[in-house]
Design a protein around this ligand. Structure first.
Ligand code: ASP
Length: 398
């Protein structure tokens, strides 16, 4: 069959383009393919917990020395924080420059109540699972990470007796990678369905009044990838940014259409290991952590949207307010779950912090899915970039 010869990424790309055409031409009728997209998403989600858990146990075991683990952890978090802060700054610059909200006719916004921000104490206490099985069932990624790290280190300390345990998880991780490969075979169809349905729901008429916000978020996302990630890869990995972007494109596209960094995680891990050559030791730790706490695209979007809402309501934000946006959007993006639309909910935190009307969230809500696609792709590419940089600083040959 000649179809087999077409590389997967091309098949996915073709599915993506055909999906846009089908959504635009067929309109609502195309929504009949929605189950195909949902099944693709569900299959990806099905892989996450066993994949993350098994590869992290093996990863922690191969790091062995808890001090090495600590060093990799600190480096990872430092890179995550810096890239996030830079992303918000780019968002704020574009928001000030493009002024997306000026002249906006404000619709009647539904009232929104701000979610309670969890306290630092609760966040830290919540890292430790009393019941690891419950953490797995709930898909609580941070608790899964903590438990897997403990297990991996303990298995090494158990010496000979711990070896079969590590081998078992090694075999499970390998099996889950193979399963990811099988699921990716239907990616072209899943991508087609997801994008067709999105296009059919958000026609031009819905998007036109928001053209400038969309432009600001998309340009910002492009800058984050082309300047920040490409710069990091060039400086730390000493490789061409094209090498990196080519390696991670499947995951970027999957994130774009699924709007979930968490669902994309199996693809991100596969791309980062197979195409970029990052070890399981580094990627199995850095990537699941990133899918949970590192959301550069979301942070950038929150910067743009805070200014958009301020401008739409005719309020001006001074330097001080914009600085507190950098701070709160960093925290809000850390707290954002890697699922579709989560960033919009967390936007309420940012608006509250600088005293903007929460109804602004309703203003953004109508087009949020379109913004979510770009920001999720950046979230995922950002995770992989940091994994690649950390691997390189750990002396890995990429
Ligand atoms: N959808 C994003 C993600 O999964 C989170 C967000 O809504 O900003 O990364």
């Amino acid at each position: 069959m000649s179809e087999k010869k077409i590389p997967l990424i091309w098949q996915i790309g073709i599915g993506f383009i055909l999906g846009i055409v089908a959504g635009a031409v067929l309109g609502e009728k195309v929504q009949i393919v929605e189950p195909v997209g949902s099944i693709f998403l569900t299959l990806l989600k099905m892989i996450i917990v066993p994949l993350v858990f098994s590869s992290l146990v093996v990863g922690a075991a191969s790091i062995g020395d808890p001090r090495d683990l600590g060093r990799i952890g600190l480096k990872t978090i430092a890179f995550y924080l810096v890239t996030t802060a830079v992303a918000i700054t780019i968002g704020l610059l574009l928001g000030n420059f493009l002024q997306p909200g000026v002249g906006m006719a404000i619709g009647e916004g539904a009232a929104f109540s701000a979610p309670e921000a969890p306290s630092i104490k609760n966040v830290i206490m919540g890292l430790f699972p009393a019941n690891p099985l419950k953490a797995a069932v709930d898909g609580n990624m941070l608790q899964i990470i903590v438990f897997a790290l403990f297990l991996g280190v303990s298995a090494v300390l158990a010496g000979e007796k711990g070896k079969p345990f590590i081998n078992f998880f090694d075999s499970l991780a390998e099996t889950m990678y193979k399963l990811t490969g099988i699921v990716m075979k239907i990616a072209p169809y899943g991508v087609f369905a997801l994008i067709a349905v999105t296009v059919s729901k958000y026609g031009m008429s819905v998007l036109a009044p928001f053209a400038k916000v969309i432009l600001a978020v998309y340009v910002g996302c492009a800058l984050q990838v082309l300047l920040v990630y490409s710069g990091l890869i060039t400086v730390f990995v000493k490789k061409s940014p094209f090498w990196f972007l080519r390696g991670i494109r499947e995951a970027g596209l999957t994130a774009f259409v699924t709007r979930s960094s968490s669902a994309t995680l199996p693809v991100t891990m596969r791309n980062t290991q197979e195409n970029l050559g990052v070890s399981e030791k580094v990627s199995s730790f850095v990537l699941p952590l990133g899918a949970t706490i590192n959301m550069d695209g979301t942070a950038l979007y929150q910067g743009v949207c805070a200014l958009f809402v301020a401008q739409a309501y005719g309020l001006s934000l001074g330097m001080g307010a914009q600085l507190s946006i950098v701070l709160t959007a960093t925290l809000a993006s850390i707290g954002t779950a890697g699922v579709p639309g989560a960033g919009l909910i967390m936007l309420t935190l940012v608006l509250t912090a600088v005293g903007l009307p929460l109804e602004g969230v309703a203003l953004v809500a109508g087009i949020d899915a379109v913004l979510d696609m770009a920001r999720t792709a950046v979230n995922v590419v950002g995770d992989s970039c940091v994994a690649t940089v950390v691997a390189s600083t750990e002396g890995e040959k990429l």
